[in-house]
Design a binder for this molecule. Structure first.
Ligand SMILES: [Cu+2]
Length: 112
């Protein structure tokens, strides 16, 4: 768990650092999605390019959020109950986000 916490801390730090470096007027936004009852808190979300989505695991079970959409691949790896992990969406398009452990979990991210 120590390694997981370190990665989490680094990702939060990196997100904060990135936001701090952005000029005013070009603000990137952070959006919250909750993982609860083995579902995403909403089925679809529209964001701007370079925005961040923070995934908060409010379930009692582990999740593993990832996307295999071309041009937007990422894998947040194992995410323990009560923890948060963030992903930045750097290119426009429609991205399907899923959970490796729960195939019924699907989140469509529209990056504009
Ligand atoms: Cu899951």
């Amino acid at each position: 768990m120590w390694v997981g916490r370190l990665v989490l801390a680094l990702s939060v730090w990196a997100t904060g650092d990135l936001a701090a470096q952005l000029p005013s007027g070009g603000a990137r936004h952070s959006h919250g999605i909750w993982l609860e009852d083995k579902q995403f808190s909403q089925p679809e979300i529209a964001i701007a390019v370079s925005d961040t989505i923070v995934f908060a695991n409010d379930d009692r079970v582990m999740h593993n959020i990832f996307s295999s959409t071309d041009g937007a691949r990422f894998n947040l790896l194992r995410q323990a109950s009560g923890s948060k992990k963030a992903a930045v969406f750097a290119t426009t398009g429609t991205v399907l986000v899923r959970c490796a452990f729960h195939p019924s979990m699907r989140l469509t991210v529209i990056v504009q």
